[in-house]
Design a protein around this ligand. Structure first.
Ligand SMILES: *Cc1c(COP(=O)(O)O)cnc(C)c1O
Length: 397
């Protein structure tokens, strides 16, 4: 690495992370000694006498052994007491909204994930919950957004796709002063690079589909928290609403956690080299990456994250014509939505992931036709650099 993006790195800060990633929440199976948690497919569990059970299990929507192992392992990695898994990231979001009731209000970071914004704007509002979208880095705007009815604050940092970083600890302080709870979507960093509960968040949310799953083969979500009363309510909602992941997805996610601490540093190491290459390239207008000193919140990133992650956003010179020339000529980077897998992906947010964001709002956030987002994988970085160099050479200004 030509620069040390963030020190201290996780190894010093979270000393047992790698051990917990492999062992937390898992014991050899008591009936067979199987070292790896089995995929438990039984939908129901026998009882000896009504109400007298063989284990804590009774019906698999309520609790499942494979899911339990994943939930407990992830909670440990987030330094949380409790975890709950869902069938997707949006399954977490919609379930969490059931903590609220008609008339309640939520303050949301303005460049929240497109699907989250769509759920809030077009569905949750129909049930009488209202939302105010603000830039959390404008402290007056944030303070001014609270009303008597504000019960929840929704933060995503770094944001998507502009990688804006907001202060979690400061937001937690403001949120709690107003008597609300803070939810932090930690999908882009994973617990390896950021632990929102340690910074005062009440709930951490993940699209497990991304870095935690890490292999682009599972759609799943998870929540972690420390407060027992809040967790009991989340478990009640998980069981009552029923947006649970399958045992097979739970198994894949548990398996993926075992390499999170090996994958994440490689994502960041590759991304740092690529970001430094892009930043000085003559056909690129601007590059945003938390590991670049030019990032507007570089100091904050160093403070609250333990590494800069694997996502890079840049603006090509020109417009949609140049963007298409670039996107049609990358070969190793696959043009696809999603992120966080071992393979590198490239995405055009204006047409792809953020098409559901109203055009005017997209403009305000800077999501123009020349904006390109990279999810840097863990391939050999020289091959990735060569791929980008070739595609940029094809761009005609
Ligand atoms: C993908 C994503 C989600 C939604 O998760 P799904 O698993 O696709 O439902 C939420 N937040 C962020 C930041 C995401 O990237």
């Amino acid at each position: 690495m030509s620069t040390d993006p963030f020190a201290p790195f996780t190894q010093q800060k979270f000393p047992h992370f790698g051990t917990d990633a492999i062992h937390a929440g898992q014991e050899p199976d008591p009936s067979t000694g199987a070292v790896i948690t089995p995929i438990s497919l039984s939908s129901t569990f026998a009882q000896k006498s009504p109400g007298i059970k063989y284990s804590q299990y009774e019906y698999a929507r309520t609790a499942n052994p494979t899911r339990d192992a994943f939930e407990n392992c992830l909670a440990k990695l987030e330094n949380g007491k409790f975890g709950a898994a869902f069938s997707s990231g949006l399954g977490c979001t919609s379930t969490l909204l059931h903590l609220l009731k008609q008339g309640d209000h939520v303050v949301v970071v303005d460049d929240v994930y497109g699907g989250t914004g769509r759920y809030f704007r077009t569905i949750a509002t129909e049930f009488g919950v209202s939302f105010t979208f603000v830039d959390f880095n404008e402290e007056n705007e944030l303070e001014g957004a609270f009303t008597e009815q504000t019960k929840m604050v929704w933060l995503e940092t770094p944001s998507n796709p502009t990688l804006k970083i907001s202060d979690i600890a400061k937001t937690a302080e403001i949120t709690h002063r107003h008597g609300a709870i803070l939810v932090v979507d930690n999908t882009f960093m994973s617990p390896y690079f950021q632990r929102p509960l340690d910074l005062g968040a009440d709930v951490v949310m993940h699209s497990v589909t991304k870095y935690i799953g890490g292999h682009s083969d599972t759609v799943m979500g998870a929540l972690c928290c420390n407060d027992e009363t809040l967790f009991k309510r989340i478990k009640y909602l998980q069981n009552s609403i029923g947006m649970i992941p399958s045992p097979f997805d739970s198994f894949l996610a548990l398996r993926s956690l075992k390499t999170l601490h090996v994958r994440m540093p490689r994502h960041a190491e590759n991304a740092q080299k690529i970001a430094e290459f892009l930043e000085t390239h003559p056909k690129i207008e601007k590059t945003v990456y938390p590991g670049l000193k030019s990032h507007p919140q570089y100091e904050l990133a160093r403070k609250q994250m333990t590494g800069p992650g694997g996502m890079i956003t840049f603006w090509l010179k020109g417009d949609i014509v140049q963007a298409r020339q670039f996107l049609e000529n990358v070969k190793l980077f696959t043009l696809a939505e999603s992120l966080g897998g071992v393979e590198s992906l490239v995405n055009h947010p204006a047409i792809m992931t953020h098409a559901s964001v109203p055009a005017e709002h997209r403009k305000k956030l800077g999501i123009s036709d020349s904006l390109v987002r990279l999810s840097v994988g863990i391939e050999d970085v020289d091959d990735l650099l060569e791929d980008l160099k070739f595609a940029l050479d094809q761009v005609q200004l």
